[in-house]
Design a protein around this ligand. Structure first.
Ligand SMILES: [Ca+2]
Ligand SMILES: [Ca+2]
Ligand SMILES: [Ca+2]
Length: 326
């Protein structure tokens, strides 16, 4: 099991949800005339599945089904595919799903635990974390073509999420056995330490390449910080005493979405990139987490489908996921 799972937010996987998410009023946010969408992970209907919403929290809709959990980690750069990991196959594997057509493609099928898929900025490759080099449950960073072919081992041990620089030349990561963020070339060379520790992980590179957001426990509880990509100007962005983590940049980089437990359970929030104007986007009794944002350059077709329910709903629960949808 990757180390991020062991230290993840309080596990709340068993909550049976009986209420629909209240969709925030308004329409998805726009940046430069293009709609912003957020993929995220929620167990509001049973198991953890992939959902999407507009940046304002509108039109929250489930896009995966199937047994066990499915967790999103990145969008393809053209905004058409969400890369996710799932344990539906027995071992963990990487898939993509088109959130508008719900068409899925299985990318990995090895017996190893293949997880944390992140598209390269040009969409040609996927960085991921796997134990396929062995021994089991010893994780490292690999890179494969986007169709799963030509996978190679960077030789760098890590069980935590990675992020690409926007030019594709560097990866930020959390080396195994450390609690700081390092930088490296995609072939594993050129390793440097970016942040001081301790308790630092889940880096997210800003779209303009100038900054890296991350989460850290360094001030007593989990909060979100940002640092220049050259290591200067570390700044704390959240100050709530609750757990705040999982940062992701939205669209052009003017906002950061994140997860917080400040309202009692995991919910997704958005703030501006300077840490002001925090807005709550999800209102579900379930765990809502792992946001990943993208800019969608063409609006999704009207009446797009929702994945059929897989898990029989608990008594009184509804399986409808179209909160706020037309
Ligand atoms: Ca596998
Ligand atoms: Ca906090
Ligand atoms: Ca929630």
């Amino acid at each position: 099991m990757p180390s991020w799972r062991k230290t993840a937010f309080l596990a709340v996987l068993a909550i049976a949800v009986t209420t629909l998410a209240a969709s925030a009023a308004g329409t998805p946010g726009t940046q430069g005339g293009a709609a912003v969408r957020i993929a995220f992970n929620s167990d509001r209907e049973g198991s953890l599945q992939v959902f999407v919403m507009g940046a304002g929290g509108a039109d929250q809709r489930r896009v995966t089904s199937g047994p066990n959990s499915s967790e999103p980690w990145s969008w393809s750069p053209d905004g058409t595919l969400i890369a996710f990991e799932t344990s539906r196959t027995g071992s963990v594997d990487i898939y993509t799903v088109n959130p508008d057509t719900l068409e899925e493609t299985q990318i990995t099928s090895e017996p190893s635990q293949d997880s944390l898929p992140v598209f390269s900025p040009d969409g040609s490759r996927i960085a991921f974390v796997t134990d396929r080099a062995g021994p089991p449950n010893t994780y490292g960073i690999w890179i494969m073509d986007a169709d799963g072919s030509d996978a190679y081992d960077t030789g760098v041990a890590s069980g935590n999420p990675v992020t690409w620089s926007p030019d594709g030349s560097r990866l930020a990561y959390n080396p195994s056995g450390t609690s700081y963020i390092g930088l490296m070339n995609p072939n594993g060379t050129g390793q440097t330490q970016l942040t001081p520790g301790p308790g630092v992980r889940i880096p997210a590179w800003s779209p303009d390449g100038s900054k890296i957001a991350f989460e850290s426990f360094r001030d007593g509880n989990r909060d979100i910080y940002v640092i220049d990509a050259d290591g200067d100007n570390e700044t704390r962005l959240t100050t709530d005493p609750a757990e705040d983590g999982d940062p992701t940049w939205l669209g052009g980089g003017s906002q950061i979405a994140f997860v917080s437990e400040r309202d009692g359970n995991q919910e997704i929030y958005v703030m501006d990139a300077g840490g002001q104007t925090e807005t709550r986007l999800t209102f579900s009794a379930g765990a809502d987490r792992r946001p990943t944002g993208t800019v969608v350059y063409s609006a999704p077709p009207a009446g797009t489908p929702t994945a059929p329910p897989h898990h029989p709903a608990a008594s009184g629960a509804t399986s409808t996921a179209l909160a706020g949808s037309p």
